[in-house]
Design a protein around this ligand. Structure first.
Ligand SMILES: NC(=O)c1ccc[n+]([C@@H]2O[C@H](COP(=O)([O-])OP(=O)(O)OC[C@H]3O[C@@H](n4cnc5c(N)ncnc54)[C@H](O)[C@@H]3O)[C@@H](O)[C@H]2O)c1
Ligand SMILES: [Zn+2]
Length: 402
């Protein structure tokens, strides 16, 4: 254990190093159901009581304001459900609404207000926070809960397509700060996730569609058969047929879950972030457009860009890129935004700063996921801005031709 190190000048230092190592297992159920607050539906009680079935659990509830508007009776439904299961559940306080959408992540007051709320309810590390909402509210309230007492137990009820198929089933949360998307956040696996398909019924067509951007993304990097399914069902998906959307959500969530469990790097300690295919530009476009673009829409553009980028660097056949663009277009997702042409103060394309932000987030060498085939993502560290600019020009030409 003890050692004496001698430096080049002959100075001696006593050194004692203990190699500390332990493993922590995480497990959480992701349950698909319908009408979760119908009193006879056992899913929520089962998820909350899965570790301590005999106990009566204290639950605080956070509700996305947009969701609350679309479901005016929601809070009383939750209260009735808890009253029906009073031997297992008790509400720590009345459900708390927070603004829905990206404002939840942009306004630091939302997190502070929630932390005050949690404290006023005297939540402890065994209390639950049930968060109902889109990806933005799950991220902001999840962050507030993760840093309160170093982590309250969070059960997520994602209520958008994107949140049910991607953000809500994963292990991250974040808020935006200092002009940077997701600058502050934690890795905090939830206690459980419940995807209730009924919530998707009240989404605007735009919000139902945008979540499909992440499905195209994950199909492209992981699963050619899912990509072919998306092509085959494009008309039904574009028409927002509920059974087609439900299948998309389920398969996309499965792929995300499998990646997190089996990639070997669930907490992104390395320099690669394969699930973030297309995201370096997507995050930048969200910021450049002041969030006029939804995350899934920005992802669709980012996917289009890095798909053509893959062609420009000789990885992907041009015909495959045409297939990807055709699918995005058939689904009604955007593949272009004028912000791609914006210049910064030095006259450089403003979107390129996304590369530096992306590298800075992970550290190490800039590593992007590109495509070497449909269903086959590949990591690359040789990033050429010229190739990216050629890809942007190609998207612009395609847009004008269409
Ligand atoms: N943590 C992660 O791993 C991760 C992954 C992907 C995306 N995200 C984040 O998710 C956010 C995008 O989430 P989103 O696409 O769900 O959009 P969103 O959360 O911005 O919600 C969109 C709108 O829908 C409303 N809404 C939510 N549920 C509703 C319902 N059932 N009926 C009617 N309206 C409803 C919201 O109030 C909001 O106005 C982005 O901030 C993105 O960065 C996080
Ligand atoms: Zn995303």
């Amino acid at each position: 254990m003890g050692a004496v190190l001698v430096d080049r000048e002959g100075g001696a230092f006593a050194v004692a190093t203990y190699e500390q190592r332990f493993r922590v297992w995480f497990d959480y159920p992701v349950v698909f159901t319908r009408d979760v607050f119908s009193p006879a539906n056992p899913v929520l009680v089962q998820v909350l009581s899965r570790r301590e079935p005999e106990r009566r659990h204290r639950v605080a509830v956070v509700v996305d304001g947009g969701l609350g508007q679309a479901w005016p009776g929601l809070e009383s439904e939750i209260q009735c459900y808890v009253a029906h299961h009073t031997e297992r559940l008790t509400l720590a306080g009345p459900p708390e609404r927070v603004p829905g959408g990206e404002v939840a992540k942009n306004d630091p007051d939302v997190v502070l207000r929630l932390q005050k709320h949690f404290q006023s309810l005297h939540l402890d590390r065994q209390s639950f926070v049930l968060i109902l909402g889109g990806g933005a509210v799950l991220d902001a309230a999840g962050y507030a809960a993760a840093v309160t007492h170093r982590g309250l137990r969070v059960v997520r009820l994602p209520t958008t397509v994107l949140a049910q198929n991607d953000s809500g089933v994963g292990v991250k949360n974040a808020v935006n700060a200092l002009g940077i998307k997701n600058l502050l956040g934690t890795f905090a696996p939830p206690f459980g996730v419940i995807n209730d398909s009924a919530f998707l019924d009240s989404l605007s067509p735009r919000d139902r569609r945008e979540g499909m951007g992440e499905a195209v993304k994950v199909a492209l990097i992981r699963d050619a058969a899912f990509f072919a399914w998306l092509e085959a069902w494009a008309a039904a998906l574009a028409a927002l047929r509920p059974e087609a959307v439900a299948t998309l959500v389920r398969r996309c969530a499965e792929l995300h879950l499998r990646h997190i469990a089996t990639s070997g790097d669930p907490f992104e300690l390395g320099s690669a972030r394969p699930l973030d295919f297309g995201h370096w530009s997507a995050h930048r476009l969200e910021t450049l457009t002041d969030h006029a673009l939804r995350h899934g829409e920005a992802v669709a553009i980012g996917v289009a860009l890095d798909t053509r980028h893959s062609v420009e660097v000789g990885l992907l056949p041009a015909a495959d890129a045409n297939r990807v663009l055709a699918l995005l277009e058939r689904l009604g997702l955007p593949t272009w935004h004028p912000a791609l042409d914006e210049r910064d103060a030095e006259g450089r394309p403003a979107v390129l700063r996304g590369l530096a932000d992306f590298r800075e987030h992970l550290g190490g060498e800039l590593t992007l996921t590109l495509l070497e085939g449909i269903g086959r993502g590949v990591e690359t560290t040789s990033v050429s801005e010229e190739a990216i600019l050629r890809a942007i020009a190609w998207l612009r030409r395609r847009r004008s031709a269409g």
